[in-house]
Write a protein that binds this ligand. Structure first.
Ligand code: SAM
Length: 263
């Protein structure tokens, strides 16, 4: 009888239906691939490999590096890759700011609001600089943030609750609460609570508590520009609707290229 060990093992169950970002990153990677100066790609904040695994499977000519600061997430990614026979992924448990690879990457991506884990402009600046330093000349960095939704930013208490089943029929409840925000720092403390009810009646509870920030479009654009990353496209949705043309709030999806020296 299966028993979950930690919150990371539940992550994929909650995001099973989230596929549009996978299709977006795969498409954009395929389009840019012919311009790459080597075959190395890095996902920053790869988590359980929700996005990375299907993309790595579809691009066997590329070598993917998965970086995440949470070891439990990378363990899930590795188990899935082994199970699915995906061999073109190298994993690293580290903060991106401490990552010192031997080679540069032609393409970096950070799907699902990874950069919102930065809790100040200084931290975001450092994250962007670290990423830029990992890129080859003309390397690209593509990432998404949520477009801060003014109405959502005032909600308190339970902001989401959902019920799920895993493949073995065990029931999982997920509750997300926001009880603390700092409107000066633009941060919010997220509390995620999961309760699992197994088919044999046993129960487990897990929690994941973290702080995230929200950044508006121009703030992120200025930090990128400061770090010699030119925003070539800014989308408001994973179907590549330009930012501002689709429905509010949408997403903030940056497609940037590293400026060559002397440009
Ligand atoms: C919302 S999850 C996204 C996971 C995955 N990209 C996906 O789309 O499912 C954000 C992940 O970013 C990781 N992360 C945040 N800041 C990081 C940093 N500075 N260095 C490495 N990983 C980081 C977190 O540990 C977490 O696993």
């Amino acid at each position: 009888m299966k028993r979950y060990k930690n919150a990371s093992e539940l992550y994929d169950i909650f995001y099973k239906e989230r596929k549009e970002d996978i299709a977006f990153y795969n498409r954009i990677l395929k389009e840019y691939k012919k311009t790459f100066s080597n075959n190395k790609v890095i996902e920053i904040g790869a988590g359980t490999g929700r996005v990375l695994l299907p993309i790595a499977a579809r691009n066997p000519d590329l070598e993917f590096h998965a970086v995440d600061v949470i070891g439990d997430e990378i363990e899930v990614l590795k188990e899935k890759a082994a199970r699915e026979g995906i061999k073109n992924i190298v994993t690293h448990v580290t903060d991106i700011n401490d990552f010192q690879p031997k080679e540069k990457f032609s393409f970096a991506f950070a799907p699902f609001r990874v950069m919102q884990h930065c809790q100040s402009l200084d931290e975001m600046d450092r994250f962007v600089k670290s990423t830029k330093d990992l890129l080859t000349d003309d390397g690209r960095f593509v990432f998404d943030l949520f477009n801060p939704w003014v109405h959502m930013l005032v909600r308190e208490g339970v902001v989401f609750e959902g019920n799920y089943h895993d493949d073995d029929g065990n029931k999982i409840n997920r509750r997300v609460e926001v009880n603390e925000r700092d409107y000066f720092k633009q941060t919010q403390n997220i509390e995620e609570y999961y309760s699992v009810e197994y088919t044999d009646g046993k129960k487990d509870n897990f929690e994941w508590l973290y702080t995230t920030s929200y950044f508006f479009k121009d703030t992120a654009a200025l930090i990128l520009e400061k770090n010699q990353l030119t925003v070539e496209n800014l989308y408001g949705n994973f179907d590549r609707t330009p930012f501002g043309k689709g429905q509010y709030p949408g997403e903030l999806i940056f497609d940037c290229v590293k400026q060559q020296k002397g440009r």
